[in-house]
Design a protein around this ligand. Sequence first.
Ligand SMILES: Cc1cc2nc3c(=O)[nH]c(=O)nc-3n(C[C@H](O)[C@H](O)[C@H](O)COP(=O)(O)OP(=O)(O)OC[C@H]3O[C@@H](n4cnc5c(N)ncnc54)[C@H](O)[C@@H]3O)c2cc1C
Length: 392
Amino acid sequence: MIPRTVFTAEHEMFREQVRRFVEREIMPHHAAWEETGVVPREAWLKAGAAGLLLCNIPEEYGGMGGDFLHSAVVIEEMSRAGASGPAFSLHSDIVAPYLLHYGTEEQKRHWLPRMARGEALAAVAMTEPQGGSDLQSIRTTAIREGDEYVLKGQKIYITNAQGADVIVVAAKTDPTARARGVSLILVETDRPGFARGKPLKKVGCKAMDTSELFFDGVRVPVSNLLGEEGRGFTQLMTELAQERLVQAVRAVTAAEVALEQTIAYVTGRPAFGQTLADFQNTQFRLAEMRAEIAMLRTYVDRCLEVHLQGKLDSVDAAIAKMQATEIQGRVLDGCVQLHGGAGYMWEYPIARAWADARMSRIAGGSIEVMKQIIARSLLPRQEKRPAARAAE
Ligand SMILES: Cc1cc2nc3c(=O)[nH]c(=O)nc-3n(C[C@H](O)[C@H](O)[C@H](O)COP(=O)(O)OP(=O)(O)OC[C@H]3O[C@@H](n4cnc5c(N)ncnc54)[C@H](O)[C@@H]3O)c2cc1C
């Protein structure tokens, strides 16, 4: 087996701490959180105290001052345990970077230390009922009136929505423009006119808090703008590369764990006077899955190295997310099949992991959107292609 070389001994020590925390503070409660559809604030506070939040944010803003590999350790250990409820990574590795990279000094000093302690929860709201893939067409507006923006609109499928104290909202400050009309605005959830729907009942990731949000004339000061007006779409596209790497890291770990669980299951399950593991079909399926995961792990680790150098581009991130989540889907489906009826029972971790995995090919940019990004990098722009020019 090709050894992983991306983590240092220090990261591995951190991994031990994270693993113990997840075993002690997360997994004993996870099934109960699946019933309510929300992870209680207490768990966030404990995660903050244990150093699991904002690992990759500088110490001067309350973070751990680690690198993205510390974040990857948390993502891997949560995925390894099947802890799909607490959206620590969305909070730490997806929302916090918007504040770090585009926030004013005041915004960073106000929010990041609270987020690192788990005292303030954060969410990002892009998707709307009319569509999530076409972000340039969002309908939520933030129209300037004097020193305030007034937000009107609706968002859907928003993770951390119930718990969030602050939300990075993508809204049109210029509704007549497409991409250039989008801005990112911080909305505190105690503002009049803001409301959340009930937690949505999902197929998987049942403990993860996912809801609708409503903005009915919510007024925020113009100082809540993140970065520059009209730059929101570019900011989203820049930060989505890390979000896609997060998803790839989570997916490859989930696939590895599913394979381990399946090997344990088939070696213990009797059938026709032998075990499931004695059938050549089982052995070949396990071998195919192992090979797919091994190739994937090597690519994702390489992406981690490139990302640490600040050089991971949107195309490689899209490739990582697309391949990782497709392979995760194939592996999980194969593992459920090898479990037989047990694989369809919620009490078995493989059934939960299979249901959890389905979201990763949709959320944070669907597989089809990843293909668009990759294809665009392969082809010259349409107006520059010979056929298009010949038709002029
Ligand atoms: C559990 C969960 C958590 C989520 N959390 C968040 C969150 O925190 N914040 C947030 O903003 N959003 C969140 N989302 C929303 C998610 O990002 C969107 O669901 C996703 O971007 C797809 O948007 P949509 O659902 O509107 O599908 P649509 O955009 O309507 O797409 C439907 C289908 O059509 C395909 N399609 C769309 N356009 C094209 C095209 N041009 N070519 C080919 N195929 C196309 C899509 O790939 C998809 O298969 C979450 C979703 C889920 C399921």
